[in-house]
Design a protein around this ligand. Structure first.
Ligand SMILES: Cc1cc2nc3c(=O)[nH]c(=O)nc-3n(C[C@H](O)[C@H](O)[C@H](O)COP(=O)(O)OP(=O)(O)OC[C@H]3O[C@@H](n4cnc5c(N)ncnc54)[C@H](O)[C@@H]3O)c2cc1C
Ligand code: FES
Length: 318
């Protein structure tokens, strides 16, 4: 019964999605092998909530034939990227009342070039278009907390920016707008192989989020993994141990498993955004299944496109 109800509820995420051909209004490289794309897609941008994603295709191409999922990085009212005169300068919160209440028209996506789709996507110039459907997936549903801890590995920051901005009160999302209690603090720990992979970190800083970076080669930030970063932060009293805290995590599967075990050992609640390969994005093909445990501890396959991609980390059979 519970499963049937949750499956029905999950289907509604795909039911409210829109498919459209969207104009690319801005596109640029922001880090090694990493690009940022802005699409004119008001029907999707206005509704999008933190942690949701879209399926994206290049029109009139049959190779690759299938769309690919990309997280909705953020939404905007303007078609142009913000120009940063001094990329190292930490700027104050840039939120304005206008941004909160006017429905957003543009959605940004940040992607790493992997295979056929992203290699072709990176060559599309403003004025060309992409077929997009969304917003899809459940999105984050974080309870009221004092402290939100965002943890990303690799390109996993894309699922976390909007969530952090929302909890800092720097932006509002959804239609109708989600009423989300502000956290007292949001901390962001981001690990990558090397410093050249960090793109647009100031998006987090400008929202007032406390940013900590780690690289395996030590080129930027702490030398080590994101788990080392978490250990160091907690050893230094950030956040205070009596703080009500929730972790939101996205990255490669091994990294998310490690963060899940780390948080479970400390009895800290943790949600993960799974990045299972997806073929349809709307619950039909079952390519995206993950082993998810129920309250009794028994696991079953769940379609991450309509029952996720956000899951309680403790429920995942890693
Ligand atoms: C909900 C969701 C949100 C996502 N958001 C983003 C995002 O914001 N930015 C971003 O860069 N990527 C994101 N991804 C991952 C992205 O969809 C895949 O990397 C996609 O396959 C790239 O397409 P491609 O044709 O370029 O590479 P492909 O040819 O599909 O794949 C290239 C290589 O990567 C491997 N691969 C493909 N998908 C995955 C995966 N999910 N996990 C591990 N290995 C994989 C393939 O086996 C292959 O070796 C997201 C995935 C999901 C499910
Ligand atoms: S991607 Fe087809 S069922 Fe999830």
């Amino acid at each position: 019964m519970t499963t049937a109800v949750s499956a029905l509820a999950a289907c509604s995420y795909a039911d409210t999605a829109t498919m459209l051909t969207a104009e690319i209004v801005a596109h640029k490289q922001i880090a090694d092998n990493t690009y940022r794309l802005r699409l004119d897609c008001p029907e999707i941008a206005a509704k999008a909530r933190p942690g949701q994603f879209v399926m994206l295709r290049i029109p009139e191409r049959t190779d690759p034939l299938l769309a690919r999922p990309l997280a909705i990085y953020d939404t905007f009212s303007l078609p142009v990227f913000k120009i940063r005169t001094n990329p190292l300068q930490v700027q104050p919160n840039v939120f304005s009342a206008h941004q909160t209440h006017a429905p957003h028209r543009y959605a940004d996506f940040v992607y790493a070039v992997h295979g056929k789709f992203t290699t072709a996507l990176k060559d599309l110039t403003p004025g060309s278009s992409a077929v997009v459907w969304g917003p899809l997936g459940n999105g984050f549903q974080i309870p009221a907390v004092n402290h939100l801890l965002l943890v990303a590995g690799g390109i996993g920051q894309t699922a976390l920016l909007a969530l952090g901005r929302q909890h800092m009160g720097a932006a509002a999302y959804g239609m109708p707008l989600l009423a989300v209690p502000q956290a007292q603090a949001v901390t962001f720990c981001w690990g990558a192989r090397h410093g050249g992979l960090f793109g647009d970190v100031d998006d987090f800083r400008e929202a007032g989020i406390d940013v900590h970076l780690a690289t395996l080669d030590g080129s930027i930030g702490h030398k080590g993994t994101v788990i080392d970063l978490l250990d160091n932060l907690f050893a230094s009293g950030v956040p205070p141990t009596n703080d009500s805290l929730h972790i939101a995590c996205c990255g490669p599967e091994g990294m998310m498993a490690a963060v899940s075990h780390w948080s479970s050992a400390r009895q800290l609640p943790c949600d993960v955004s799974l990045e299972a390969p997806m073929a349809c994005g709307i619950g039909i093909c079952f390519t995206c299944v993950a082993k998810v445990r129920d309250a009794s501890g028994a696991w079953d396959y769940r379609r991450t496109c309509i029952e996720g991609p956000i899951f309680d980390a403790n429920r995942i059979e890693w």
